[in-house]
Design a protein around this ligand. Sequence first.
Ligand SMILES: CC(C)(COP(=O)(O)OP(=O)(O)OC[C@H]1O[C@@H](n2cnc3c(N)ncnc32)[C@H](O)[C@@H]1OP(=O)(O)O)[C@@H](O)C(=O)NCCC(=O)NCCSC(=O)C[C@H](O)C(=O)O
Ligand SMILES: [Mg+2]
Length: 292
Amino acid sequence: MNTTIDCRSALYMPAVQERVLAKGPKLAADAIILDLEDAVAPDVKELAREAATTALKELDYGYRIRALRINGNATPWFADDVAAAMQARPDALVLPKVESAADIHALNELMDKQPEAADMAIWAMVESPMAVLNAHAIAKCVQDCPRLSLLVVGSNDLARESNMPISADRTLLLPWLMSFIAAARAYGLNILDGVCNDFADEARLRQECLQGVAMGMDGKTLIHPAQIAIANEVFAPSASAIEDAGVIVATFAEPQNEALGVVKINGRMVERLHLDMAKQLLARADRLAERN
Ligand SMILES: CC(C)(COP(=O)(O)OP(=O)(O)OC[C@H]1O[C@@H](n2cnc3c(N)ncnc32)[C@H](O)[C@@H]1OP(=O)(O)O)[C@@H](O)C(=O)NCCC(=O)NCCSC(=O)C[C@H](O)C(=O)O
Ligand SMILES: [Mg+2]
């Protein structure tokens, strides 16, 4: 699994607004998703494609992952979006409304023909009941398309397609989110949670981020800059988790524990698998600290 993605926060930016795109390099999001799809009206798709291409070529986004959300396979804009992406060279192409393995294969075949796409990842958006049913087949695609690296939950489309309004606690959505997570983890993919539309409601966002962490999400997609700090905070290792990991590493390093497979720390069983997890957590905390 590519656990080094370190994407706690991925901010959508409607590509039609050049002024908004110019903000990307100054925002603390771990990923920027320049959007050509649902945030862009049909009659300005070309304009948005041009603005996104220019931004990706000219702006320095530093450590941030530069993702471009193209329009879906079945739309009239798909082929031109992919062609523009070859010029713009984002780090990842976000494919919306993926419902089957065939959707990913179709994009992957186009990308395989382009040398510019050699290092470009595919992020697959899962946002319909059909994607829930086909989550396994979608994630399994990575075996033939190694550029598939991440699933992105699209909760707005999921709610629309399933006729299920998103409640504040997302209770009824959770089984579907967990099936996306199981599929992602089974095939070594990362996964980002869907957006919280109420961008002025910090408490709700924090609650959704905490829920995402509890479920095993890697990070959250966002719609507004005001949401970045909370996602970055909640999806980063907490101070107590860092302290705990430090104690685990130090305990196993003690001479009397070096040959042991399991130790006791504060009344808790700790195995070597926890040591591996502790080391990974500390390495991630170090990488994020450098970024901050
Ligand atoms: C929701 C918004 C339309 C609100 O915009 P606005 O009215 O401009 O808000 P503010 O006045 O509070 O903005 C303050 C400043 O921040 C800038 N801003 C706002 N949003 C962004 C952003 N996303 N990226 C960068 N900068 C942003 C404003 O320009 C203001 O700057 P300034 O004027 O200089 O002070 C707006 O936030 C927005 O359009 N958000 C993104 C919407 C979007 O991309 N939607 C599509 C993805 S969501 C989705 O559908 C996922 C999935 O497919 C699913 O199905 O769920
Ligand atoms: Mg959507």
